[in-house]
Ligand binder design. Structure first.
Ligand code: AP5
Length: 213
């Protein structure tokens, strides 16, 4: 199973990708997580990506395309994968198609999560992420049992530097300009499925599973 999760910042791509990865036993490939890890380890990649990420802009195509090509050739992707946050531009989508064609593979389904901007803003300003396992919480809608501590692994929760109101508004704008055109790109290819991303995480997961099973 090879899936793309498409949708604006805060639409729930990461939340649903983790659940799908566990249910179907295939890896989640999140370019955002890979880049954040590189930034936190201050690697060469991290140094190249940091400024764009902190400013809510996209990291240059050639950097993320290189990352993805490497990832999908790894052994654990042989049974499939879930792309979370990639592709984000038409150039990235075209390069992904080329790479998969070279491997005689293709994308099965692109799931597009539609959520209104006000809800996205509320979700992201309240999001708290685990610094260790990546589990996600929310100040109001999904509080951890112990404040500031991950329920799953006991590590500290943190707020992403790009989860402030000003940067979120820029990220939503970048999404509309650069990424939303991918809906038409995949609609023309016949594998786009859009769902309303509002409702409980479990309700949405059940809709997603019915689209991919
Ligand atoms: P990335 O990490 O991909 O961030 P994003 O796309 O902005 O998406 P988010 O992670 O913010 O949201 P999400 O849709 O995963 O929602 P989540 O499940 O967390 O990218 C970060 C940056 O890296 C980019 O800005 C860019 O600079 C760079 N980058 C990454 N990929 C790139 C690429 N391909 N090209 C160039 N640059 C790239 O949920 C959000 C919150 O809502 C959580 O608190 C969650 O608990 C809550 N929530 C989830 N579902 C629900 C629900 N159903 N109801 C209520 N709350 C919910």
């Amino acid at each position: 199973m090879r899936l793309i999760l498409l949708g604006p910042p805060g639409a729930g791509k990461g939340t649903q990708a983790k659940m799908l990865a566990e249910k179907f036993g295939i890896p989640q490939i999140s370019t955002g997580d890979i880049l954040r890890k590189a930034v936190s380890n201050d690697t060469e990649l991290g140094k190249q990506a940091r400024a764009a990420m902190d400013d809510g802009q996209l990291v240059p195509d050639e950097i993320v395309i290189g990352l993805i090509k490497e990832k999908i050739r790894e052994g654990d992707c042989s049974r499939g994968f879930i792309l979370d946050g990639f592709p984000r531009t038409i150039v990235q989508a075209e390069k992904l198609s080329e790479t998969l064609e070279e491997m005689n593979l293709s994308i099965d389904t692109v799931i597009d999560f539609e959520v209104n901007p006000q809800e996205l803003l509320e979700r992201l300003t309240g999001r708290r992420s685990c610094s260790n396992c990546g589990a996600m919480f929310h100040d109001e809608t999904r509080q951890p049992k112990k404040a500031g501590i991950c329920d799953d692994c006991g590590h500290e929760l943190y707020q992403r530097p790009d989860d402030n109101r000003e940067t979120i508004i820029k990220r939503l704008d970048v999404y509309e300009k650069e990424t939303a055109p991918l809906k038409e790109f995949y609609r023309k290819r016949g594998n786009l499925k859009s769902i309303e991303g509002r409702g409980s995480v479990e309700e949405i997961f059940s809709q997603v599973c019915s689209l991919v099973s």
